[in-house]
Structures are given as C-alpha cells and as structure tokens.
Design a protein around this ligand. Sequence first.
Ligand SMILES: [Zn+2]
Length: 457
Amino acid sequence: MTVEQTERTDPTERPRTYWLEHAWLGTHVEPDVAVDVTRDGRIAAVRTDVPAPPPGATVLRGLTLPGLANAHSHAFHRALRSTVQVGSGTFWTWREVMYGVADRLTPDTYHALARAVYGEMALAGITAVGEFHYVHHAPGGTPYADPNAMGEALIAAADEAGIRLTLLDTAYVSSGFGKAPDRHQLRFSDGTTEAWAERASLLKDRPHARIGAAIHSVRAVPADQLATVADWALSRRVPLHVHLSEQTAENDACQAAHGCTPTQLLAEHGVLSARTTGVHNTHLTDADIALLGGSSTGTCMCPTTERDLADGIGPAVALQRAGSPLSLGSDSHAVIDLFEEARAMELNERLRSRTRGHWTAAALLRAATADGHAALGWDDAGVIEAGAIADLVTVTLDSVRTVGALPRLGAETAVFAASAADVTDVIAGGRVVVRDGEHALLGDVATALSAAVAALR
Ligand SMILES: [Zn+2]
C-alpha cells in the first residue's frame, strides 16, 4: 500500500493543500496559487497571490493544468502499437489485424492490458477516459457467466490505475447494412439492441466510473434499432457516443441502403443531442455539419489515429462554429499524448488551409480538459475552480522541450511543445496518482504494458 492510500483511509486526515508555482486558470497563467482539496476529492478553494508554499503544502513546480480527458479509447488497440506500422494498406486492412487481437482477449488479459494502458494515460496527465467498449462476449458470442465480465474488467482497471472511466457500453449487432456479424464480430453482438439494453442496464455507476452508451456506427446498428440505444441513453441522461463518417465507404454504403448520409440517418432516429458525441465526424456534408451543430452534438477528434489510419481531416473548425463542442481522444493509441492530439487538430487545419491560428492554445486546452470531461458526463471536472473534482496535472517548464519560454506562455508551451513525458505530477479526484513522473499506484507501468501486450501475441 502506498503512502497516499494510507493517508486517504486515515479518518483524521486533514484537507490537503497544493501550492502551484504556475496554474492554468482557463484564460491565463496565474503564479503562486494555493489549491485546497477536501477529503472527498474536490477543490475547496483556489487562492491566488500566495507567494510561498503554506506549511505542509505539496509543492508542484512548473505549470499545473486541470485534468486531461481522453474522450475516445479502445484500450486493447494499444497491443497494436508499432506492429501495424509495417507494410501498407487501408483502414480496412488495419481492421483485420485489430480483429486478430480482439479474438484473443479474455476478461483477465483485457483487465491486465487496460490497467497498464490506463496507467500510461495517468502518466500522460489523463484523469478521465471514455472507453468505447464493444468486446462483450466470449469468442463466438457466448456470454460469460457474468455477462458484463469484460466491462467490469475495464472498470476495475481504471480504479487500479487511479483514473476515472466512462464506460461507453457499445451496441454492435450487425456487420453492415442488413448483414449479420462476421466471425470476429460475434463476440461484440448482443443479437438485438433490446438485448444490449438489458445487459447494459445491469452495469452500475461507481464513484470513479459512470456508465454511458455508444452506437458503434450506422454499419453496426440497423436503422430501426438506433432509437432503442438513443432512448436508453437519453432517458438516463448519460453520454451517447457514435463513430460517424470516419470513412467514405461508410457514407457510400449508407447512401445505398437508406438514400441519406449517416448523420441524416442518426438525426431521423433521434440520436443527435447535446449529450451525444460523434467520434471523428470526418467526411461530412454542409447539411451534416448544420445538423450536428444545430443539435449541439459534440465532436470528438482523434487526430493521431485519423492520420495513422489515413482517414482524412475532419471539418472541426466548421463543426465548432456551427455549435458542436470539441473533445479529443487517442482512440487506437498509436500514441497516448493529449498535447499531441490538441496541436494536431490545429496543425492539420494549418496544412489544409495554409493559414495559422484556427484555435488558441486556451481553446485547444479547453477541448482537452473541460469539454472532454463534459463529453464523458463529468461536467464537474476539467477546471481548477472551487467545487470541481480535484484533478491537477503538472507539466515541467524545465525540460529540453519546454524550457525557454516565459511562464505566462505556459499554455502555448504545453500545447505546442510539450509531450506526455513532460507530465511530472497527477492528482486525480484528490488522490496522488503520479509523483515525480512515477505512477504512485502501479509502479512500473512499462513492465506491466510489456507483459500485457506479450500475453496477447
Ligand atoms: Zn474508435
């Protein structure tokens, strides 16, 4: 047991104070900030003009940000890192390799891999993850004794890694428009969305975990079953995510089957709402952008995956202008680095438009923090303010990557120069998860990742 865990269970524990050399307060960098944290892991007060650390305070040198939210993850894709960089192909050939790993997952190997991957996320400053989870059953589609054994493995993994999780339990019942699941996809399928809803309803929220829903895509849920998933999520007021128009082939197949775009199909069946997030939203028409923005449906961009899979560049600028809030996800975990996701969104747009400055560093950080948390149903996180969940992520301003700029440009440094390796300290929900670059709960995350990936070869 670590010192932090011992202190957390001590009923005499006093609220903890952190002294931040520099703090990102949403609009600017403030020097000399004290943050008081309650015993239940919320920010009690944010005090400015505190020139020296108060007695007993934990000192966080560098720039401290709110917790980062990784709004789109498939934990098991981490096993594909590097191995899928050999050779050529398309999204669809990559998917075959990915299915090979999915075939080999068990509740135990899934738990071990997710625990290590969430450990890697914690080291990168991520305090909440949206896990888009669709590997529900044993190979062939036979339910486990606990029909949510795989989802429970993810919930336990996040707890052990010290981060919060929104389990976006995913409906996946068809292979394409009117086609039954193939042999790989059988373990993703509950047969019907009614059966999906019955199983998903057995999952319960925990202090660190919330249950949301996902529609894998318009390929994987027939049009006449979309409303079942939407009603389940919207009646519970929980997040609903959906992969949307990542590939032009999906658009073409939807046009052939239904005579409309995937976005139009989702709109017709009541899927779009302020609690819904479209993931990727890459290949959209102007009418699609108006539907998504007009309904306040969010957009989760996953730029490192989108470039890795040769998807294309989604119209994030136009979507945000139309009213769609932006969040960021590492999706396939080609890398796990929210700073890289944030700057990639801006830099992709620069390449396309040949102009600079589509988003400020502050706007990109907002997507990586408050708006990402909101997309996952954690509306009370992602800001350093009294009452918010106490997530603090400290980035060194002294590394070879980050040194040299004025501290007041800390947001620009974090977004445009830092990497995940520059995160030194992470407090998640008031709990010390990373201290001086070491995971306080898991210890050696690299060894855990190595073993978990090797077990799936
Ligand atoms: Zn995805």
